[in-house]
Design a protein around this ligand. Sequence first.
Ligand code: GLU
Length: 305
Amino acid sequence: MKIRKLALGLIVGALALTAACGREGAPPAAGGDGGPAGADAQLTYEVATDVTLTGSPTFDRMKQAGKVVIGIREDQPGLGFKDATTGARSGFDVEIARMVAAGLGYGDDKIEYKAVPSAAREDTISRGDIDFMVGTYTINDNRKQRVSFAGPYFVAGQGLLVRKDETEITGKDTLKGKKVCSVTGSTPIQRVREQGLTEPENIVEFQTYSQCVDQLLSRQVDAVTTDDAILKGYAAQAPDDLKVVGEAFSVEPYGIGLAKDDAVLRGKINDLLQAAMDDGTWQKIYDATLGKSGSAAEPPAIERY
Ligand code: GLU
């Protein structure tokens, strides 16, 4: 009896979730909604055995610990998302992280995830609190002074998320006098400042994008700006309330951030990314996550530096 009640509860819950995320005429939720663990949302990767990486301090640390610690996001549907109820993780970044971990010899049971916000990434990596970061992390010269990047494994561009009934904000040059929310330590908030897209007092800053989205829904701000891939995930979860507008106005190549001097690990991760791009795994990951929204994408060229 108890079990039947529980099962019914789960079904009703699942239906509610499906209804909330897949309203008629709306694009399917990007990257799923973090379905139950073990559901088909998760791809499987062959876990490598006997991996040796001579001269990688990070890999030595992983071996010592018997696990890999990966910096990730938990509130970005389609990219890095953790279902609050089931604890299941889903999204493009999660799959890239799992694929790389498997290539290094670490299966799911040997991965420890740590949620790391935008502003903390360089510090967290250089302190050695994580082995590497897979979290919408734009490769740029400024960051390269403190960390190294494997990749890019995806290229996004800065966009705008507004309420469905918004008519005045249509692109980056229509933001003057509007309250614009973004995240501390991110490239998009820096761009809003540097390009003076809105007045300094109209820039609202949080640690995570989901806080910005809450502010948008409660009409405290007029727009959220960051990478279009992130914004599309939020729009897909609330298609009656939110929409992405305008053209992308930057290039954000996503890299896997790791310790600055660990060229051996960087080379190995680049090899794993390249192999996944060559053998169709990258495409499978894309199709199962970001590609669910219907847009096509091709893997970018790995930058070996
Ligand atoms: N890709 C941008 C960045 O690395 C924005 C996304 C984020 O904050 O993670 O700053």
